[in-house]
Ligand binder design. Structure first.
Ligand SMILES: Nc1ncnc2c1ncn2[C@@H]1O[C@H](COP(=O)(O)OP(=O)(O)OP(=O)(O)O)[C@@H](O)[C@H]1O
Length: 235
């Protein structure tokens, strides 16, 4: 024992790691040997031009796409060793998703949409909807609880989608161009609400964007080009 103070680790413990990911669609090499680590509670932006492989990488990290080679590990478990059923369970219980166009179910009201992940996890309707209302309130869209997606603005719909992504307490949120369909004002509102909620919950985020001002919300920006990670820019 030296009694010396131990330095705090700068990089949070990884929750999600990918090694040497490769994936082609026919002749198109979408991922060309990607290594990446996402820390627990860390917000990482994948930034790059159209076609650079951002969405493909997000889908591989979330276990939606299987890479041709390489491996994704979530809390140490290799996703390629899980059955489709186990992977589906993991996605429902541990991951949340926000996509560019909200992907809310048009036939359901906002509160029913937000309650859906809890209902799929086996929760009863009343407590699930009570919890959903709390999240709608937190995201500043309690007033649209009884409305269907077609009756909401784009910004309201995205905030409902953020509430749905967070309601079941995921450890990782995957957000693919979450503000891509919004104007600057509404885009910033959605990002502020998303970041406020994930910071409070200690949730990790993988955020796909091609906009610098959206990437600026992240703790770390990973640049992608032609399916490969760019070396970090110097100071
Ligand atoms: N399902 C698919 N079938 C065929 N090619 C695909 C498919 N998905 C992606 N690609 C191709 O793989 C490459 C990477 O696509 P990806 O969508 O990951 O890029 P991206 O950086 O997310 O682009 P964008 O910002 O336009 O969404 C592109 O050349 C794209 O055309």
């Amino acid at each position: 024992m030296t009694g010396a103070a131990t330095a705090q680790p700068v990089v949070p413990e990884p929750i999600l790691t990918a090694e040497e990911l490769r994936l082609s669609f026919g002749p198109t090499r979408a991922l060309d040997g990607v290594d990446i680590e996402i820390g627990a509670g860390e917000v990482v932006a994948l930034l790059g031009p159209s076609g650079s492989g951002k969405s493909t990488l997000l889908h591989c990290l979330a276990g939606i796409l299987r890479p041709d080679s390489g491996r994704v590990r979530y809390r140490g478990a290799a996703l390629d060793e899980l059955s489709e059923e186990a992977l589906g369970r993991l996605r429902r219980a541990e991951f949340g998703f926000v996509f560019q166009f909200g992907s809310l179910v048009p036939e359901l009201t906002a509160v029913e949409n937000v309650a859906l992940p809890l209902r799929l996890g086996g929760a009863r309707r009343r407590p699930a909807e009570d919890q959903a209302r709390q999240w709608l309130d937190r995201l500043g869209v309690a007033d649209v609880a009884g409305k269907h997606p077609g009756e909401m603005s784009g910004g309201q719909g995205q905030r409902v989608a953020v509430a749905r992504a967070l309601v079941a307490g995921p450890r990782v949120v995957f957000a693919d161009e979450p503000t891509g369909a919004l104007d600057t004002f509404n885009g910033e509102l959605v990002m502020e609400e998303l970041m406020g909620a994930v910071r409070a919950e200690g949730t990790s985020v993988v955020l796909v964007t091609h906009e610098m001002r959206v990437a600026a919300y992240a703790d770390r920006v990973v640049g992608l080009c032609d399916g490969a990670v760019l070396a970090p820019a110097g100071i």
